[in-house]
Design a protein around this ligand. Structure first.
Ligand code: ADP
Ligand code: MG
Length: 402
């Protein structure tokens, strides 16, 4: 296990924490504060230890100056104040030469949040390119660094990896919980183990498919991923989203040859059309017309997938069955969730859209574990490690005298 927060000497120290406060904000209001709530255990632990607390996080994508208008962390500092029940000071400036003095004047247990670290990306990508001076500046503000942003742990950014080069570092409670849960349920899953993968682009998920296939008993496919497999099998998928790369098609053919007994593909679909926005039809998978677009799975597919789900002990789900954002194509995802809810298995859901579909459709609490990591979760499951966690030292194991 990586260096844990509870094994650090933090009493009366100044601690800088990388949180994941990349929350959805609409018209200045936070729509979902799950990520802020998830950080409270670490923040409260630091308060209990009489620390001065400095918080770093990114929010949204900052590509140009205007992006800064809608992605300030200030609303997050206000929500954190309500949740933690203490004042949370906010600094609009990040690389402010006055900051060390301000921190000097803080009292133990005071909390100071700095503005969105990705504001440093315009114009020079200082955060994303892990600029050494920025990393050193962050580190110089504190005695200890706590990495508590699992969803950013696949990024070699200054506030994630850079800072660990200069001060003692450890993982916070939410990172620890995420790693422990993914390891516990998916490292050596109880069999039969079923993986359900949907979503848009097969290229984004190919590595994960290849990692999961040797480990799982069944792989159930949907969305753009399934379309690409069907295309490799020479089905007419009309104008559906699928890979255009001959190399990928070749790879999918090899995968199907090797793992034909594990793979399940859709039997039917709900389709739209390229020329009429209001057109929706039920189609068997061998009846798709040239102008039709597969946008959800049909009932026969769901019935077939249920047979694998029913016998499974462990299930991992990533990607939605269809274009769940559109009500006309959300039924496959919703019905799959209903089937999973009633299944007698350990169920783990990972991926940004998948977890948000679980939340929006009201299934939170029905599954064993919802991984908050998005892309980081998929990378951890694929590669088995993450750059932002690698940069933290292993915990020293106490050697007992015998
Ligand atoms: P996650 O974020 O959980 O890893 P993905 O991003 O891979 O999941 O999958 C969700 C996205 O896939 C959604 O935006 C959804 O609209 C899209 N999608 C699912 N099925 C289809 C389909 N048949 N055609 C086009 N897009 C699809
Ligand atoms: Mg997604």
């Amino acid at each position: 296990m990586k260096q844990r927060i509870e094994k650090m000497d933090l009493k009366d120290k100044t601690v800088i924490v990388r949180c994941d406060y990349n929350v959805p904000i609409y018209n200045g209001r936070i729509i979902d504060d799950t990520k802020i709530v998830a950080s409270l255990e670490t923040i409260r632990y630091l308060v209990k230890n009489n620390c001065k607390i400095i918080i770093l996080s990114h929010l949204g994508k900052i590509k140009k100056e205007e992006d800064k208008l809608y992605n300030s962390l200030e609303p997050v500092s206000k929500r954190l104040k309500e949740l933690v029940g203490r004042e949370v000071y906010f600094s609009r400036k990040i690389l402010d030469p006055e900051l060390p003095k301000r921190i000097e004047l803080m009292l133990p247990r005071d909390i100071l949040m700095l503005e969105n670290t990705r504001f440093l990306d315009v114009p020079n990508k200082l955060e994303s390119n892990c600029d050494a001076q920025v990393s050193y500046f962050f580190a110089s503000l504190a005695d200890v660094f706590v990495m508590d942003a699992f969803a950013s742990s696949h990024r070699a950014h200054a506030s994630v990896v850079g800072i660990t080069k200069y001060i003692p570092s450890c993982i916070g409670f939410s990172v620890e919980r995420e790693l422990a849960s993914l390891d516990r349920f998916l490292k050596e899953p109880v069999h039969p183990f079923t993986v359900i993968m949907g979503g848009a682009k097969v290229e984004d998920k190919l590595d994960l498919i290849e990692t999961m296939l040797p480990k799982c008993d069944y792989l159930l496919l949907a969305g753009g991923l399934a379309n690409s497999f069907l295309k490799a099998l020479n089905f007419n998928i009309g104008s559906s989203l699928a890979t255009e790369s001959p190399k990928t098609i070749e790879k999918l053919k090899q995968i199907m040859l090797k793992y034909r007994n594990k793979l399940m593909l859709p039997l039917d679909a709900i389709v739209g059309s390229t020329y009429d926005e209001h057109y929706t039809r039920y189609k068997r998978i061998n009846e798709i017309g040239d102008n039709e677009v597969i946008l959800d799975v049909g009932v026969k597919t769901l019935e077939k997938y249920k047979t694998a789900i029913k016998v499974s002990q462990t299930i991992f789900l990533n990607g939605t069955m269809g274009r769940y954002e559109d009500n006309r194509y959300s039924n496959g995802t919703k019905e799959l969730f209903n089937t999973l809810k009633n299944a007698d298995a350990t169920i783990v859901v990972g991926g940004g859209d998948s977890v948000s579909a679980v939340k929006n459709m009201g299934f939170v609490g029905d599954f064993t574990y919802l991984s908050v990591g998005g892309g980081a979760t998929l990378e951890y499951l694929t590669k088995g490690h993450l750059i932002g966690i690698d940069s933290i030292k292993e915990e020293e194991i106490e050697v007992l005298d015998v």
